[in-house]
Design a protein around this ligand. Structure first.
Ligand SMILES: Cc1cc2nc3c(=O)[nH]c(=O)nc-3n(C[C@H](O)[C@H](O)[C@H](O)COP(=O)(O)OP(=O)(O)OC[C@H]3O[C@@H](n4cnc5c(N)ncnc54)[C@H](O)[C@@H]3O)c2cc1C
Ligand SMILES: *[C@@H]1O[C@H](CO)[C@@H](O)[C@H](O)[C@H]1NC(C)=O
Ligand SMILES: *[C@@H]1O[C@H](CO)[C@@H](O)[C@H](O)[C@H]1NC(C)=O
Ligand SMILES: *[C@@H]1O[C@H](CO)[C@@H](O)[C@H](O)[C@H]1NC(C)=O
Ligand SMILES: *[C@@H]1O[C@H](CO)[C@@H](O)[C@H](O)[C@H]1NC(C)=O
Ligand SMILES: *[C@@H]1O[C@H](CO)[C@@H](O)[C@H](O)[C@H]1NC(C)=O
Ligand SMILES: *[C@@H]1O[C@H](CO)[C@@H](O)[C@H](O)[C@H]1NC(C)=O
Ligand SMILES: *[C@@H]1O[C@H](CO)[C@@H](O)[C@H](O)[C@H]1NC(C)=O
Ligand SMILES: *[C@@H]1O[C@H](CO)[C@@H](O)[C@H](O)[C@H]1NC(C)=O
Length: 535
């Protein structure tokens, strides 16, 4: 045990020195790696490789670090960033990495909640797919090939350019990458009608641990199953997806009705739980919940936005709401008809966005954040909700610069019609809604970070009584390392991984382990929360 100040100091110096040696060692190894790449791809490597000495290194690294929290605490920075233009360069990146025992992190949109595509506890190289992003839409066959580095916004824009009556089922944030998003599920404002992104993937191209490019036929149905919800990063580098598009009417209807405590918000949330998953599947009503304090009276209030998409016209929506959820008091003037593509811009909520062209912008505003998720199978009592609000209020008081939000995303409809084992994503029938807890903040201070992360943990602990149990389920795309991590060095144990694995995948975890063991037995593709192979 360290008892004196001077021995604490020497321990610290030793740790700093050890880290410096590790870093230096890593950069030497990476020089060999670079030579290997050059020998395989002499022409192009020099134009796609960014070492830390390159003046563009930081801007390339940071441009898609969506979450500044893991970016600021990562023990290592990548010793090299590759921005390939061709699959042959990715093949070389994998083959040389295997040879030199380099760890690869692949990044598409960089929106991973724990930053696993750009932060690591051991030395690594980033293969950044930003320039592998072309999209081709086949209008006649209602399909599209989309490369992994494309963003959801770019895909939506391209589909909208082809036809205003075709759409795709994926998330609301346009700067999310299809590489990570499609391999983890893909919840959409259209999910009650059409399911998830993974339910509409019909083919894919992946580069495996041997550097081979495989499509659905050559990878086989097991691997094709695994990458549709089991996370891509455990199995290879996905370079493209083929998706089937869905049909939507020329006009859909949106509304965003906000209610406060004075306007019966608690009762409305309570009632919403009884219709959210059962109402007509053309309607999805998502809740965004925050708190506010009146500057005049100091009184605290809950603020609930009922943010909704209806696949149909206003009149039909009004009669549906009158029948199923009259308490909300939706009026005609609350509703707006627009094309599905315009609804994407509406829900993306980009300040000042005037046209659908903003969807092409890959650039998004970044913050420090921590998120967690839960699944609700029976309605939470009014008392339970009030306990939740109390915890939101407490945090708001402490920090006006940060935001604390709950999202309630309804399931049911098509989500209940797909079997739990059809894809690795298991959260189907029996789930009323998913909760997403999020704390976000701007300042860099370690104390703030700790306090806000702590808030998510405390609220999560309170909610244990009200959410799914055995396992307490979680959504992979809202990745949460609190659920457990692999020990990166040496063997990852199946038993340890199955704790978080069953939360994300339930019974499907075992099949994922089986696929992993078959396609990557040496565990080349790994991270803090990758599927472990059996040894
Ligand atoms: C602001 C915001 C809004 C969001 N909204 C939604 C939403 O509405 N619905 C929803 O379902 N989710 C949503 N998400 C979660 C999002 O789906 C996940 O974070 C998703 O994994 C991000 O994918 P990415 O390519 O942008 O991230 P990345 O950080 O690039 O990748 C995420 C993970 O996938 C791996 N990966 C990336 N590309 C590949 C590839 N080509 N091959 C193999 N592995 C790969 C990475 O190594 C990493 O482990 C949101 C996230 C944020 C930050
Ligand atoms: C940085 O790397 C890029 C891509 O490899 C290269 O084109 C550029 O010349 C490098 N710039 C410097 C200053 O090294
Ligand atoms: C690759 O991506 C970078 C960063 O987004 C961009 O500046 C560059 O022009 C791209 N290169 C090509 C050839 O598309
Ligand atoms: C549609 O699919 C068919 C069968 O796969 C193919 O022959 C045809 O070329 C496709 N249409 C277009 C426009 O590519
Ligand atoms: C609040 O909701 C309850 C239960 O539905 C209802 O009885 C009451 O009238 C509502 N109050 C207001 C102000 O709308
Ligand atoms: C819905 O309304 C709330 C409250 O005014 C606002 O904060 C939020 O950005 C709105 N959402 C959308 C999608 O417009
Ligand atoms: C986009 O990037 C530029 C710098 O490249 C930055 O100044 C700007 O604020 C970014 N926009 C958003 C929305 O983050
Ligand atoms: C985190 O919360 C716990 C209570 O759950 C408290 O004991 C601890 O001091 C908190 N830590 C920080 C850093 O706020
Ligand atoms: C993993 O464990 C197995 C036996 O359980 C052993 O044979 C193997 O060498 C270990 N691998 C590593 C990388 O430690």
């Amino acid at each position: 045990m360290v008892t004196s100040r001077s021995s604490l100091f020497s321990l610290l110096s030793f740790l700093i020195l050890a880290l410096a040696i590790l870093q230096a060692d890593a950069s030497r190894i990476h020089d060999d790696y670079l030579k290997c790449l050059q020998s395989q791809n002499s022409d192009s490597i020099s134009t796609i490789a960014y070492t830390p000495r390159n003046t563009s290194y930081s801007s390339i690294l940071q441009s898609t670090e969506q979450n500044l929290r893991p970016a600021s605490t990562s023990l290592f920075k990548p010793t090299l960033i590759l921005t390939p233009l061709h699959s042959s360069e990715i093949q070389a990146a994998i083959r040389c990495a295997k040879k030199h025992e380099i760890q690869i992190r692949v990044r598409s949109g960089g929106h991973d909640y724990e930053g696993l595509s750009y932060a690591s506890t051991s030395p690594f190289v980033i293969v950044d797919l930003r320039n592998i992003s072309s999209i081709s839409v086949d209008r006649e066959n209602r399909t599209a090939w989309v490369e992994a580095g494309a963003t959801l916004g770019q895909l939506y824009y391209k589909i909208g350019e082809t036809s205003r009556e075709l759409a795709f089922v994926a998330g609301a944030c346009p700067t999310v990458g299809v590489g990570g998003h499609f391999s983890g599920g893909g919840y959409s404002m259209l999910s009650r009608k059409f399911g998830l992104s993974v339910d509409h993937i019909i083919d894919a191209k992946i580069i495996d641990v041997n550097g081979q490019i495989l499509d659905r036929r050559s990878m086989g149905e097991d691997l094709f199953w695994a990458i549709r919800g089991g996370g891509g990063a455990s199995f290879g580098i996905i370079i493209a997806w083929k998706v089937s598009l869905v049909s939507v009417p020329e006009k859909v209807t949106v509304f965003n009705l906000t209610k406060t405590s004075d306007q019966n918000a608690t009762q409305l949330v309570y009632q919403w739980q009884h219709i959210a998953d059962k109402i007509d599947e053309n309607l999805l009503i998502r809740l965004f919940i925050t708190s506010s304090t009146s500057p005049q009276t100091g009184k605290k209030s809950i603020v609930v936005s009922f943010t909704s998409l209806f696949v149909g016209g206003i009149d039909q929506l009004l009669s549906l709401m009158q029948k199923s959820f009259p308490e909300l008091g939706l009026a005609k003037e609350d509703c707006i008809e627009m094309s599905w593509l315009e609804s994407i811009v509406y829900f993306a909520n980009i300040p000042g966005a005037a046209s659908v062209e903003v969807l092409l912008d890959r650039n998004s505003s970044k913050s420090y954040f921590k998120g967690k998720s839960d699944y609700v199978k029976k309605p939470i009592s009014v008392k339970g909700l009030e306990g939740l609000w109390k915890r939101l209020f407490a945090e708001e008081e402490e920090d006006m610069e940060a935001y604390f939000q709950l999202q309630f995303s309804p399931y049911g409809g098509m989500m209940s019609e797909i079997s739990e084992s059809a894809t690795p994503f298991p959260h189907r029938r029996g789930n009323i809604f998913m909760i997403h807890y999020i704390a976000g903040w701007d300042e860099k201070g370690n104390a703030e970070s700790k306090r806000h992360v702590n808030w998510t943990r405390r609220i999560y602990s309170y909610m244990a009584a009200y959410v799914s149990k055995f396992p307490r389920a979680a959504y992979l795309n809202y990745r949460d390392l609190d659920l457990g991590v692999n020990k990166i060095k040496g063997n990852t144990s199946y038993k340890q991984a199955s704790i978080w694995g069953t939360k994300y995948f339930n019974q499907n975890f075992d099949r994922l382990v089986h696929v992993k063991t078959k396609v990557d037995p040496s565990n080349f593709f790994r991270n803090e929360q990758s599927i472990p192979p059996l040894s």
